[in-house]
Design a protein around this ligand. Structure first.
Ligand code: ADP
Ligand code: MG
Length: 301
C-alpha cells in the first residue's frame, strides 16, 4: 500500500494533469503551449497562469485602445517565457502601450502648460484667420528649413491675449519633437518659481541644463514674470548666452513688444538698470525674428 504522503502527491498530480488536459480543449490554449516548446510534465504546473494569458490575449483581440483595456495591468499582457527549468511570466506591453511609450519619449518636456498646448498640432491651426497668415507662413518655413539646418533663428511672437501665440509655437515644437528634436516648452513665470524652489543644487543644475541645451526652446509668456536681478541676469541671461553660443533656435511668446520687454527688464526692486536690460534684448534679437499677432481672443473662460 502507498504511504499517505505519496497518495496525496499522486492525487495532486492527477488533478494537475486533468486540469491541463481539459485546458487543451481550448484551441488558443493549445496553440500557446505549442509555441512555448516545453514538455508536458513541466507545463502542467502552469495551467491556470497560461489560461490567464489566453484570456488576456483574447481581450487584446477586441481592444480598440488603452482607454478600454480589460487586462489586469493596463496596456500589458501577462505573458509566459520558457526559461530552461521553468516558465517565467512577465507583463509585456501591448501595441497601444508601446505606441504611447514611444510618443512619450518623443514629446517635448512641458513645464506647467495645459493639455490643449501639449496636444497642439499644425494640422489643427485655423487657416482662415487672416491675422495669423504671416505667422503661419513663418512657421511653415521654419518647419521646412529646420530639417536641413538646425541653427536657424527662432521667433519672438508678441500680440494680443488669447490670440493663439502659445498654441502656434507649441504646435510647431510638438511636430518637430515627433521628428526627434528635443524640445522644452515652459510657462516662463512658473518655471522661475520652480527654479527658485529647488531644494538641491543638483535639481537646479539638471533643470537649467535641460533648458539651456535642448534643441528647441519656448519661453512662454516672457514679460509676465516679476523681474529680479537674479532671474534676469543669472537665469535668462545665462540661458540666452548659451543658446547664442551654440546657435540653438529659441522662441518667445509675450504680450509685450520687444521695446516694452526692454523697459520691463530694466526695472527691478533694486532700481533701474538699462544696460543689463539692453544686453538681454540684444541676445533675444540675435536669437529670434520678431512678429506680431493680433487676433480674436480664443479663450473661453
Ligand atoms: P495666447 O498664448 O496668445 O494668449 P493661446 O495660445 O493660449 O493664446 O490660445 C488661447 C486658447 O485658444 C487656448 O485654449 C488654445 O488652446 C486655443 N487655440 C489657439 N489657437 C488654436 C487653434 N488653432 N486651434 C484650436 N485651439 C486654439
Ligand atoms: Mg500664451
Amino acid at each position: 500500500m502507498k504511504k499517505t504522503e505519496e497518495l496525496i502527491t499522486s492525487i495532486d498530480e492527477k488533478e494537475l494533469i486533468d486540469n491541463y488536459n481539459e485546458a487543451l480543449n481550448d484551441p488558443d490554449f493549445k496553440k500557446l503551449v505549442g509555441k512555448l516548446k516545453i514538455t508536458d510534465d513541466k507545463v502542467i504546473n502552469y495551467t491556470s497562469k497560461l489560461q490567464r494569458t489566453v484570456s488576456e490575449l483574447n481581450n487584446c483581440k477586441r481592444c480598440k485602445g488603452l482607454g478600454s483595456c480589460k487586462n489586469s495591468v493596463e496596456g500589458c499582457v501577462f505573458f509566459p517565457h520558457n526559461d530552461e527549468y521553468r516558465i517565467r511570466f512577465d507583463y509585456v506591453a501591448c501595441k497601444y502601450k508601446k505606441q504611447a511609450l514611444e510618443r512619450e519619449k518623443m514629446a517635448p518636456i512641458f513645464y506647467k502648460e495645459p493639455l490643449s498646448i501639449r496636444t497642439a498640432s499644425l494640422s489643427d491651426i485655423d487657416l482662415t484667420d487672416k491675422n495669423r497668415i504671416e505667422v503661419i507662413r513663418w512657421i511653415k518655413k521654419f518647419y521646412k528649413e529646420y530639417q536641413t539646418n538646425k541653427n536657424i533663428k527662432g521667433l519672438y511672437l508678441h500680440g494680443s491675449f488669447g490670440s493663439g501665440k502659445t498654441y502656434m509655437i507649441s504646435a510647431l515644437l510638438n511636430e518637430l519633437s515627433a521628428l526627434g528634436a528635443k524640445c522644452v516648452i515652459m510657462y516662463y513665470p512658473e518655471m522661475l518659481l520652480n527654479l527658485k524652489s529647488c531644494l538641491f543644487e543638483d535639481e537646479f543644475r539638471t533643470t537649467m541644463e535641460s533648458i539651456k541645451t535642448c534643441d528647441l526652446l519656448l519661453f512662454d509668456d516672457i514679460g509676465a514674470e516679476v523681474v529680479s536681478e537674479w532671474n534676469r541676469d543669472e537665469i535668462l541671461g545665462t540661458i540666452l548666452q548659451y543658446r547664442m553660443d551654440y546657435k540653438l533656435p529659441t522662441f518667445f511668446t509675450s504680450n509685450l513688444t520687444i521695446a516694452e520687454l526692454e523697459a520691463n527688464l530694466s526695472n527691478t526692486k533694486r532700481g533701474v538698470d538699462i544696460v543689463k536690460a539692453k544686453r538681454i534684448i540684444e541676445r533675444i534679437k540675435q536669437l529670434s525674428d520678431d512678429l506680431e499677432m493680433i487676433s480674436e481672443n480664443r479663450r473661453h473662460n
